[in-house]
Design a protein around this ligand. Structure first.
Ligand code: IMP
Length: 178
């Protein structure tokens, strides 16, 4: 039974798991022969995705996390601040940034600029969800779980006012819940 807060389930836990296996196969192949990469999780939305992906990858890797706050309303729209920084030094490392969702692209642009300045050997982006129809800033996405329509989604890490992150599926939030 899907959660009653959802208007519609977009992806069940089985569909998510199956897509993750495909993504992991792609990533494993691309990083074969390289030193263990650092998977960078953006708290809190990417936590479930990152932990499932990391286990599915089944290869040597390191994990680190950062947390940010962003401002979605004018006049600070697009302003992002790091609240908790990484513990590992990225210089010379292969880094894979793991995001929950790329929407306008403001957050990702900030993260890419900030992390690139630390001179990693490589920096790629893996996002569970992509709402590319809403993109305002062009940003690179190397690995994408699902392309989704312009609706507000929750579950599998994504929240509305810090709720619904622990739903096992991904779904569109009912309008009367938001
Ligand atoms: P961007 O900077 O506009 O790309 O926004 C990215 C951030 O907005 C994500 O990391 C989420 O925190 C939030 N976000 C955007 N769309 C959704 C959604 O449909 N559900 C939950 N959070 C969302």
């Amino acid at each position: 039974m899907p959660d009653p807060a959802l208007e519609r389930v977009l992806y069940t836990r089985n569909e998510i798991a199956s897509r993750l296996r495909e993504l992991a196969a792609e990533i494993r192949q691309d990083y074969a022969g390289l030193p263990p990469p650092i998977l960078i999780g953006v708290l809190k939305g990417s936590v479930f995705f990152l932990t499932d992906l990391a286990r599915e990858l089944a290869m040597p890797l390191r994990l680190d996390f950062l947390s940010i706050s962003s401002f979605s309303a004018a006049p600070d729209r697009g302003r992002v601040r790091i609240e908790k920084d990484l513990e590992l030094d990225l210089r010379g490392e292969h880094a894979l940034l793991v995001e929950d969702i790329v929407d306008t692209g403001f957050t990702l642009r900030y993260l890419l600029e900030t992390l690139t300045a630390r001179q990693p050997a490589s920096l790629r982006v893996c996002t569970l969800l992509d709402k590319s129809s809403r993109r305002l800033i062009p940003v690179p996405v190397h690995y994408r779980g699902f392309e989704i329509p312009d609706r507000f989604v929750v579950g599998y890490g994504l929240d509305y006012r810090q709720l619904y992150r622990n739903l096992p599926e991904l779904g569109i939030l009912r309008r009367d819940e938001s």
